[in-house]
Ligand binder design. Sequence first.
Ligand SMILES: [Zn+2]
Ligand SMILES: [Zn+2]
Length: 452
Amino acid sequence: MRRFPFALVFAASITAWLGSVPTASAQSAPATQPQAARWYKGAIHDHSFWSDGHDFPEMVALHYRDKGFNFLCLTDHDVIADADRWFDVDEAVKRAEADDVLDVYTKQWGADWVETREKDGKKQVRLKKFPEFAPRVEKPGEFILIRSEEITDKIDKLPLHMNAYNLRHAVKPQHGDTTHDALRRNLRAVAEEEQASGGPIVVQINHPSFRWGVAAEDLVDVPEAAFVEVANGGVGKAVLGDELHAGDERVWDIANTLRLAEHGERPLYGTASDDSHAYYGKPQTGSLHGWIMVRAAMLEPTALLTAMQAGDFYASTGIMLSDVHYAPATGEYTVVVAPAADAEYTIEFVGTPVKFDHHSEAVKDKDGQEVHATRRYSADVGKVFETVKGMRVTNGHASGESTVRATYKLTGDELYVRARVTSNQPAANPAYKDQLQQAWTQPVGWEKHVRR
Ligand SMILES: [Zn+2]
Ligand SMILES: [Zn+2]
């Protein structure tokens, strides 16, 4: 027997919300939340000419700044834009698929900025280092860059990629005998770098579904791990899984369930990103596949990363939330959507009961061979505890605030609870056919299960 856990509130018009970044609601924000805290929009996985991206780093930064992002983490493979690097203009033209890529760049930043040379009969352009280009694109209080890297490891043929944010030095891939082993070694290497640098460094494990490199079990018995991508614009439909593999959101639930139930480890927080390589003119490229909204008092790396570590952020492919609030004293977990005109929302509270069916089975291919894939678990794992469907706000009401809100009251019998919000509107920049806008908030109610 359960009481109805939801309080639905529909107030008047939505006009106040449209086109603006919602601010944290002072009324329902945690008491510890500074009054000035607000949501900052961040792109946390992007590539430039520094590795396999298709544009200059400062052009990529400008792209995100123009789209209204507040921070960008350029995550080129195994590099933090700190070397002397000359880049073939032919290669730039090829990647950008634009003969005028250098002209566009020069027009944007000025002839004084662009350095070219001839080497072995080839025209080259120097890639600017992070300390050079960051000040040219940053606008204090509006847009900043966080120096970052995609640590790009490989175990046998399986990719293991991790983004490390707020680095002073690049961290080399550490390798290992297994994905699990390599993951721990890489995370420890970053922890050493964090000790040396003194500032917070956040690491996320990227795109588990990319070439099915990471299985849920690889993310268990890894106390150093704290973040995983659950939406990545680069992997397309693989994010949903296939007949042999769990999708990234399922991997997240399985990993969190096993971490808490079997190892007393804190759950992973979920992120969303573009993983963009190309930015202009091609379908299924560019920004707005996925991003995070971080609630912080300041637009500054330490404040943003500390808020992420506290779970005060959500992942999105289009939906904006005005508040997410968990009150441990009452067990109430509240999600408030900043609704778009005529959109319809479903809010689901997802988690795993403490008493869940632990049974699992290995995945085998057609020949009966076991494959490196997340095992199959019961429907208890990552089940939907409650659903609130069909919440809709239509245009044309009188002025005033409008909210779409749902509250789930934890019973105490959950290992963790998170929320998933789904709109009936297409994703901001769909990464696969028929993708809808979604938002994912972080697991709560798990602290009492942590021993490690
Ligand atoms: Zn990657
Ligand atoms: Zn990447």
